[in-house]
Design a protein around this ligand. Structure first.
Ligand code: LMR
Length: 325
């Protein structure tokens, strides 16, 4: 079976649980024969590499390094889980300072060693801000950096499939906007269940308003719930979704989820905007977000929250003031 591309994919944080899961997933999906595993903590990295080799994936050439220059040189695709994970009782934003600093360094390294990279997926939290920080320091275009909103859309899809007892593929067009955090706006307007608009089902005995509110909360608190259930933060779902994003960026398959992506608008006013993103072989497409007034009010609140977080990283000196972007 052919690979999607021959180009180099670098997985950052590869000695950790998410990173090693990414490596396995990328190998199983046959994205590229050319996978480089990077982790600054060499312990375990060789073991992960050996295990992937022992799976005997045909034609795969997995290398590993703790040297960032070697890891990034020639990389056309990068996926990074290389920040600190959240622990029980923490919010994603509690990781802001340390992880934003890691993201700033990553952005600088990308600029220095692989400025012609095609696409970067950043998933360490708070993923929207770490994505933004990487974007600014790397000098890449906003369309080249995506974060973790796809995981929230998938969570919504799977919660709805479970509730209605239908196949995952029968729940379509699920969307969450406004970032990958508890401020996210979970949209009802876009989704359909077996072709029926979700909005026609909410408030009926098939999905009471109370059940919908519970379901939304399960999406919003999906990550925190996994920490409660397994004592550690999620690893399989962010790994899978981020590798799907990489596959989409490689043009292997149309993108199924909106990606979190922050852009500055031309007037430098509403600096961060979550856009609906779709990627196909012709490139990346942004669409305007459609929703009800209530959904847009929620979205506005999300933007305010994210803007405040952005301002915190500016105040910390991690990214320059907006007018210098
Ligand atoms: C998730 O949503 O599963 C991840 O962002 C990890 C976390 O800390 O919640």
């Amino acid at each position: 079976m052919n690979f999607v591309t021959e180009e180099k994919l670098t997985i950052i944080g590869a000695a950790g649980m998410i990173g090693s899961n990414m490596a396995q997933t990328a190998a199983m999906m046959r994205l590229t024969p050319n996978i480089c595993l990077y982790d600054p903590f060499a312990v375990g990295l060789e073991g992960v590499t050996e295990e992937i080799r022992h799976c005997g994936f045909e034609g795969l050439n997995v290398t590993f390094t703790s040297d960032i220059k070697e890891a990034l040189t020639g990389a056309k695709y990068i996926v990074s889980s290389g920040g600190a994970p959240r622990k029980e009782g923490m919010t994603r934003e509690d990781l802001l300072k340390g992880n934003a600093e890691i993201a700033a360094q990553l952005g600088k390294d990308i600029k220095a060693y692989c400025p012609d990279v095609n696409h970067v997926v950043i998933i360490f939290n708070p993923a929207d801000i770490t994505g933004l920080v990487t974007l600014i320091h790397s000098g890449l275009k906003p369309t080249q950096v995506t974060t973790l909103a796809g995981l929230d859309s998938t969570r919504l899809q799977s919660e709805l499939a479970k509730h209605f007892g239908v196949k995952q593929s029968e729940v379509t067009n699920t969307r969450t906007y406004g970032g990958h955090g508890e401020q996210m706006a979970v949209f009802a307007s876009t989704a359909k269940v077996k072709g029926t608009p979700l909005t026609d089902l909410i408030g009926t005995d098939k999905l009471t308003t109370e059940q919908w509110n519970d379901l939304r909360q399960r999406v919003i608190k999906g990550g925190a719930n996994i920490i409660k259930l397994r004592g550690r933060s999620s690893f399989q779902s962010p790994a899978y979704v981020s590798i799907e994003m990489i596959r989409a960026a490689m043009g292997g398959e149309a993108f199924r989820w909106p990606a979190g992506c922050f852009v500055k608008n031309e007037k430098y006013q509403n600096i961060m905007m979550a856009m609906e993103t779709s990627i196909d072989k012709n490139g990346v497409h942004y669409k305007e977000i459609k929703g009800t007034l209530e959904e847009h009010a929620e979205l506005d609140a999300s933007y305010k929250h994210l803007t405040a977080l952005r301002d915190q990283v500016i105040d910390m000196g991690i990214i320059p003031a907006v007018e210098k972007w």
